[in-house]
Design a protein around this ligand. Structure first.
Ligand SMILES: CC(C)(COP(=O)(O)OP(=O)(O)OC[C@H]1O[C@@H](n2cnc3c(N)ncnc32)[C@H](O)[C@@H]1OP(=O)(O)O)[C@@H](O)C(=O)NCCC(=O)NCCS
Length: 364
């Protein structure tokens, strides 16, 4: 066996054919189209393979994402397309590939790694835990909200990426993207863009449903003003003719409230499987954010028994790493920790959970 190592550029056709065969045997498109940024020639250095004389036996890749949040920038290694050939399973190949990815991600200054999978036990063995928050909103029955005069609803992926980027960048939290990234995302098979336009052709809101083999009937990307998004979702539900789900970050309180007032049903979920790669960096950002909020005496650091947190002299211990992860990124709230007094919990909740979020197109 040779690797884990990045493929040579001339091996990329073999890599894509291996992943297609293993993960998308039924589809008439390639993973290269489904994850255009991850399998992009610029990202080959973040792909890992193990091969022997018979060919590629295992594969995984990373895509670095620089995510803007009110707390600061977070660099994440988004991991995906993890697969070992059936006859080579159970020999530690995927473990060795993922560990290799995580070491590299740490060297590249990532704060955390994230992935989306049902294989919790497998990823738990590699140090990943479910954390973060997603609110899933189900629009079951159509809403009766008419479009204002002159406002147009359009279902078409042919929209200038610059116009979409203008609305996207208004999100408080999201991975930094270029117009080129969006142009590539718009070509993903089964990814449908819905837009709302003003009478003078200004883009008011957008929503994206589906992405390759995943997220059918799920709006995983949206942007624009809250009222405009509500009008757009009304039209999307009507045009699809069946219930749809909208994925939203927990911090999108206003949109969630308004959707619920129209009858959407909410379900709380996890953001993903997360592994912290640089705790000191993350804690440093929380401390800096605390100071910008005028909180000067925050204590949040490693201790001999785990972690110590609180303010000034009023300090508490957390022994579990998973508790710390879920306190940092949710869904734990400081007030759930019985050991914390209410004053400490209230002040901590001004800071935590950190509003981390990944929009659907950025998942790999
Ligand atoms: C899941 C998969 C990638 C594992 O690959 P692998 O090379 O056999 O895994 P490894 O041999 O490196 O196993 C690492 C550890 O995980 C455990 N493990 C492997 N597959 C597992 C599974 N499906 N569920 C739970 N644990 C699993 C192994 O027992 C091993 O534990 P140990 O180190 O304590 O002995 C492989 O089964 C596969 O390709 N499955 C189909 C594609 C898939 O589901 N990919 C994940 C998409 S997110």
């Amino acid at each position: 066996m040779e690797g884990p190592r990045p493929p040579q550029p001339e091996e990329m056709a073999d890599v894509i054919s291996f992943v297609d065969q293993q993960l998308r045997p039924q589809e008439n498109w390639s993973v290269g189209e489904e994850y255009p940024q991850a399998f992009h020639p610029n990202n080959v250095k973040n792909i890992r393979i193990i091969r022997d004389e018979k060919g590629i036996q295992a594969h995984a890749l990373m895509k670095y994402s620089l995510t803007k949040t009110p707390v600061g920038l977070f660099k994440a290694a988004v991991i995906g397309s993890v697969v070992t050939a059936p006859e080579a399973r159970g020999q530690g190949l995927s473990r060795s590939i993922i560990e290799n990815c995580l070491t590299e991600a740490q060297t590249q200054g990532c704060d955390l790694a994230i992935l989306w999978s049902d294989l919790f036990d497998f990823y738990q063995k590699l140090g990943f835990e479910l954390a973060g928050q997603e609110v899933n909103l189900l629009i079951e029955d159509p809403w009766d909200l008419p479009l204002p005069p002159g406002v147009r609803f359009v279902k078409d992926n042919k929209v200038a990426s610059e116009a979409l980027l203008k609305l996207y960048t208004q999100h408080r939290v999201g991975c930094i993207r270029t117009p080129e990234d969006i142009r590539n995302y718009l070509r993903i098979p089964n990814s449908h863009l819905y837009t709302l336009w003003s009478a003078n052709n200004e883009l008011l809101a957008y929503a994206v449903e589906g992405k390759g083999a995943d997220l059918k009937d799920h709006i995983h990307e949206w942007g624009g003003g809250v009222q405009e998004i509500i009008l757009l979702l009304t039209q999307v539900r009507r045009s699809l003719g069946r219930p749809i789900r909208v994925m939203a970050p927990a911090h999108s309180q206003n949109l969630i409230r308004q959707m619920v007032s129209h009858g959407a049903k909410t379900q709380n979920g996890w953001l993903g499987l997360i592994k912290i790669l640089n705790l000191q960096n993350i804690l440093g950002k929380v401390h800096r954010y605390a100071r910008t909020l005028g909180i000067a005496d925050l204590v949040l650091e490693n201790s001999s028994e785990g972690y110590v947190l609180g303010f000034g002299e009023n300090l508490f211990q957390i022994s579990s790493e998973v508790d710390l992860l879920r306190l940092l990124f949710g869904p734990h709230k400081a007030s759930h920790f019985k050991a914390l007094d209410s004053q400490t919990a209230t002040t901590l909740e001004e800071l935590l959970p950190l509003p981390l979020w990944f929009w659907g197109w950025d998942s790999v």
